[in-house]
Design a protein around this ligand. Structure first.
Ligand code: APR
Length: 269
């Protein structure tokens, strides 16, 4: 199926009609939907103190076991960074669509809470959340306020990299339940299984949908990248919203080349 080209203004009209007709739409988002809020995507180079690390080096159980403080501080730093930014027009357009079409289900690979802060309900956080924590040994949920932890570390040297350096030496707390394991982010690390409920709900939603809109994902990380093909297999049109070509582009029914913060309001306004 040769996808309609983004430069063709008819593409926007065709997708707008699909959106108006859809009774069971699903949106699958990736890091690109948060890019215009200032949250770096995974394929963006890391900055500052983190530039010498890649997410693949930090987002693993092995990295946490080898250097708990380093991994712990990276997640707290990311949580603090998300708290410092706002949802963008793309998040708000999706929330407005869901307000007028409550059947719209949002499945995200993102661990930020920007969809929720824009007013949307998220069916599945496939890779967990920066704001959820659990014991690395007994899985008991742990109550951690990332902003408070970062503020404590930064109190050593407010608003400077020194504060971040201090953060990088913070030990993750011990689990209050088992007193044995360390508290870790409740995030799916490379090589780990996705949360059963989140994955099952996402699969069912994509198999039942009558339209799938894929926003801001490179489509390289499995099993999330297989979800659009469930929709295609069920006969639903799949639309890609992304400024760049991705591993999914050739299979899409429509491709809208552009940033989510521009394309989604144009589609849904
Ligand atoms: N609007 C829409 N898409 C954008 C924008 C934007 N403003 N800016 C960048 N993008 C696109 C990029 O072109 C890229 O295709 O967002 C995509 C981001 O891709 P990745 O960085 O690979 O992020 P993602 O696809 O969400 O990664 C999936 O990989 O590292 C793991 O668990 C992590 O959830 C993450 C998963």
């Amino acid at each position: 199926m040769s996808p309609t080209q983004p430069s063709d203004p008819a593409a926007l009209g065709a997708v707008r009609r699909l959106i108006l007709e859809a009774e069971r739409p699903v949106v699958l988002t990736g890091a690109g939907v948060s890019a215009e809020s200032g949250v770096p995507t995974f394929r963006d180079a890391q900055t500052g103190l983190w530039e010498r690390y890649s997410p693949e080096q930090l987002a693993t159980a092995e990295a946490f076991a080898a250097d708990p403080s380093l991994v712990w501080s990276w997640y707290l730093w990311r949580a603090r960074m998300v708290r410092a930014v706002e949802p963008n027009a793309g998040h708000r357009a999706l929330a407005a669509w869901q307000a007028r079409t409550p059947a719209l289900r949002i499945v995200t690979q993102n661990v930020d809470d920007l969809h929720e802060r824009a007013g949307a309900d998220v069916l599945s956080h496939l890779h967990g959340s920066l704001f959820a924590f659990r014991c690395a040994e007994c899985d008991t949920p742990a109550d951690v306020d990332p902003s408070a932890v970062v503020a404590l570390a930064e109190s050593a040297a407010p608003g400077s990299e020194a504060g971040l350096e201090a953060l990088m030496h913070l030990e993750p707390p011990l689990c209050a339940a088992c007193r044995r394991g360390r508290v870790r982010p409740d995030i799916v690390w490379f090589g780990e299984l996705l949360p059963e409920r989140a994955w099952g709900d996402a699969q069912a939603a994509l198999e039942e949908c009558d339209l799938c809109v894929v926003v801001g994902t490179s489509g390289v990380v499995q099993p999330a990248a297989s979800l659009p093909f469930l929709a295609l297999g069920a006969g639903a049109p799949v639309v890609e919203v992304n400024p760049d070509r991705t591993a999914l582009s050739d299979a899409m029914t429509h491709v809208l080349r552009g940033p989510a913060g521009t394309v989604l309001p144009a589609l849904l306004g």
